[in-house]
Write a protein that binds this ligand. Structure first.
Ligand SMILES: Cc1cc2nc3c(=O)[nH]c(=O)nc-3n(C[C@H](O)[C@H](O)[C@H](O)COP(=O)(O)OP(=O)(O)OC[C@H]3O[C@@H](n4cnc5c(N)ncnc54)[C@H](O)[C@@H]3O)c2cc1C
Length: 334
């Protein structure tokens, strides 16, 4: 059986490795746009803060080591551009040679994940504007701080990732502010908890400004300040952490059903509406275990659990995914 997997980070590598463990004769191929596979997204802010010292420690496996360990073929810098479920083929653009090739599958797994949202404001392309989604993003931010140019920074977005970045760059001596449009941070907390968190962060030198919307990033060639709906704030760097969007635009017009938020709709067996096509990880919406309602849980834990079950089902099992509880554990800086 030929299995193609689109994407090779948490979900894609989980499915691939598990499939080969189920049956080593399966021909499993990962096609991924990125150069790196199998990295620890969760560790990126801690690489910036030097808790994780080397880039190599962020990467669980290189394409070569993963292939050697599992027998999975890994094609990097290859972007899937179309899925033809009638012919059971996908088209993929080789980003190194700029040529498009077609690949045949018996089963297809979409694990194309998500990307950072780029807010539509002026200045997002200025030097010292950063994101926190890939190892290269974390390396770029750490290098900029190590160069000594970044004395103060603004993190835009007070979600868990934004707060982890704030904690880590603050530990390197950078003066950090966090701004967020919401009334309280992090999202989903009630007023009492949020006030505790905001006060605690202030005690650690991290100032939070809520109900504060980014309007522009300003500077001559590089970041000098940001403009918000309330005030201008001086900054040498801006880290944009305003959320993520599923990488599913290549699925438009393929017949694969998407949710209103553009994630892929799957059933409890992680199957899409199209036969022999599964979807797992940040690109797919699962469901809440208690309410049974559709629930997007872009977390490494969900990607791993769902990936394992999808692989077993492809190998012939009939296991239902039980849903997510959406539990979150976060640490405050001390
Ligand atoms: C800073 C940070 C901290 C985090 N902390 C935690 C945490 O503490 N706990 C937790 O559970 N989760 C955490 N997460 C979330 C976790 O990292 C993600 O849920 C997980 O990486 C999702 O894996 P994925 O394989 O679904 O998608 P991704 O990691 O997004 O990987 C998808 C891959 O598919 C590739 N791709 C996309 N489109 C195509 C295409 N058309 N063709 C080919 N390839 C394509 C992409 O280039 C990418 O390499 C964190 C994430 C970040 C960024």
């Amino acid at each position: 059986m030929k299995v193609l997997i689109i994407g090779g980070v948490a979900a894609g590598t989980k499915v691939a490795a598990k499939l080969k463990r189920e049956n080593f004769d399966y021909e499993v191929t990962i096609l991924t746009k990125s150069k790196d596979i199998s990295y620890a997204g969760c560790g990126l802010p801690y690489y910036v803060g030097k808790v994780i010292t080397d880039r190599s420690k962020l990467i669980v496996n290189t394409p070569e080591s993963f292939s050697g360990l599992t027998g999975v073929q890994v094609l990097t810098e290859v972007e899937v551009t179309n899925v033809n479920h009638i012919e059971k083929t996908i088209d993929a653009l080789d980003l190194k040679t700029n040529t498009t090739n077609s690949y045949k599958y018996d089963k297809l797994v979409i694990a194309s994940g998500a990307n950072a949202i780029i807010p539509s404001v002026d200045g997002v392309n200025l030097k010292n504007v950063f994101f926190m989604r890939t190892p290269d993003d974390a390396v770029a931010l750490r290098e900029a701080i190590e160069s000594g140019d970044i004395k103060r920074a603004v993190v835009v977005g007070g979600g868990y990732i934004g707060l982890e970045v704030a904690e880590n760059i603050s530990s390197l001596g950078v003066k950090v502010s966090v701004i967020d449009m919401a009334k309280h941070i992090p999202p989903g907390f009630d007023e009492e908890f949020s006030e505790y968190i905001e006060n605690h962060l202030a005690g650690q030198g991290i100032m939070t400004f809520t109900e504060t919307k980014l309007e522009a990033i300003l500077g001559e060639g590089k970041v000098e300040r940001i403009q918000t709906n309330k005030r201008a704030i001086k900054a040498d760097a801006v880290i944009l952490s305003v959320g993520i969007r599923a990488n599913t635009s290549f699925l438009m017009n393929t017949g694969i059903e998407l949710m209103p938020n553009k994630t892929i709709k799957v059933n409890e067996y992680l199957q899409t509406n199209v036969e022999d096509i599964y979807a797992v990880g940040d690109c797919a919406t699962v469901f809440n275990r208690l309410t049974k309602e559709p629930f997007w849980s872009p977390m490494g834990s969900t990607a791993n659990n769902a990936g394992r079950i999808a692989a077993k089902n492809i190998a012939g099992a009939n296991i239902a995914y039980k849903g997510v509880l959406s539990t979150v554990v976060a640490k405050l800086p001390d």
